[in-house]
Design a protein around this ligand. Structure first.
Ligand SMILES: C[S@@+](CC[C@H](N)C(=O)[O-])C[C@H]1O[C@@H](n2cnc3c(N)ncnc32)[C@H](O)[C@@H]1O
Length: 296
């Protein structure tokens, strides 16, 4: 059997088993090829000629085991491989964290700096709900003079984030903080607060395909309307941003509800390639400052 024969077989199995996609790849062929290359220890950038490679009996048996885990046990491909890619960077992932797929990866390189005095003016950044630490790493690489607080409520997620911060040699600038949003952790004000919080309405989480329900519920469940954490974060950010600071939040399908509730804060919605445009920016000057006591 060749690698291509196995690939075709795997794609048919994805169809028969009605596997859900969207965690690391949009098509069954892309995900299956990724898993085959990873299982056989071949480079992800292998040339097309790899498809004609003949497989040994041992390799076929290894692929059987991997695709059983993926398609019968419904383990996400990223957890099987123990890795995920975002912004061209490799991150360790396992069941303790959401598989990285945030829209911030497309926004950060080109759309954020115009809202700041300049990337070098940024000295303090918070990545609230950091999970695997993927956004904290991207932020530290973008704002090269900044210290980044990578905040999460889950000790397990912070253990994974620690692996990724070490792997990207950013231990000197990225600090891991266990805190309920911004309520605990270091004092002081930030230039930039970023968050990809849990934003699925609880009932949606219950109805997600099995491979998505393998991700931590704490990473997905945004309460009855999906906006419970978002609402709290807007309130808390008001007292934790410098006067010229910015808050950026990803809200998923909650954009219309967010607009109804927070439209008066004049959120700017960033453009995303798929048109969902579900990440917004709010300037500190527009955040409500009543009932707030500064931590300094
Ligand atoms: C959607 S995941 C985002 C992970 C990562 N930032 C990314 O983009 O891939 C949300 C994260 O928020 C964390 N979280 C949930 N509730 C929290 C809270 N009250 N305070 C801090 N972190 C929380 C979860 O543990 C999870 O790691």
């Amino acid at each position: 059997m060749t690698l291509e024969t196995w690939l075709r077989r795997a794609v048919r199995m994805y169809g028969r088993r009605d596997a859900a996609l969207g965690q690391i790849a949009a098509t069954a062929r892309d995900e299956a090829l990724y898993l085959i290359l990873r299982t056989l220890g071949l480079p992800l950038g292998s040339p097309a000629s790899v498809l004609s490679r003949r497989l040994s009996a041992g390799e076929c048996a290894a692929l059987e085991r991997v695709f059983k885990r993926r398609l019968v046990d419904r383990v996400p491909a990223a957890y099987i491989a123990g890795e995920a890619w975002l912004g061209g960077l490799r991150f360790h992932v396992d069941e303790r964290v959401l598989i990285p797929r945030s829209y911030f990866v497309e926004i950060l390189p080109t759309q954020v700096d115009p809202w700041l005095a300049g990337p070098h003016a940024v000295t303090r950044v918070a990545d609230v709900c950091t999970g695997s630490g993927c956004l904290a790493v991207l932020l530290a690489r973008h704002f090269k003079g900044a210290r980044v607080d990578a905040i999460d409520l889950s000790p397990g997620a912070l253990e994974v984030a620690a692996i990724n911060v070490r792997r990207h040699r950013l231990g000197g600038r990225v600090r891991l903080v266990e805190s309920d949003l911004l309520s605990g952790g270091p004092a002081g004000r930030y230039d930039v607060i970023v968050s990809n919080p849990p934003y699925e309405p609880s009932a949606h989480v219950d109805a997600l395909p099995r491979e998505f329900r393998r991700e931590p519920r704490l990473a997905l469940d945004g309460g009855p309307d999906g906006l419970v954490l978002v609402r709290r974060l807007v309130r808390e950010a008001a007292r934790r941003l410098k006067p010229s600071g910015i808050l950026m939040i990803e809200v998923g399908g909650g954009r219309d509800a967010f607009e109804r509730e927070f439209g008066r804060l004049e959120p700017h919605w960033f453009h995303t390639e798929d048109g969902s445009d579900c990440v917004c920016l709010i300037q500190a000057a527009r955040l409500p400052r009543r009932h707030v006591r500064a931590r300094s």
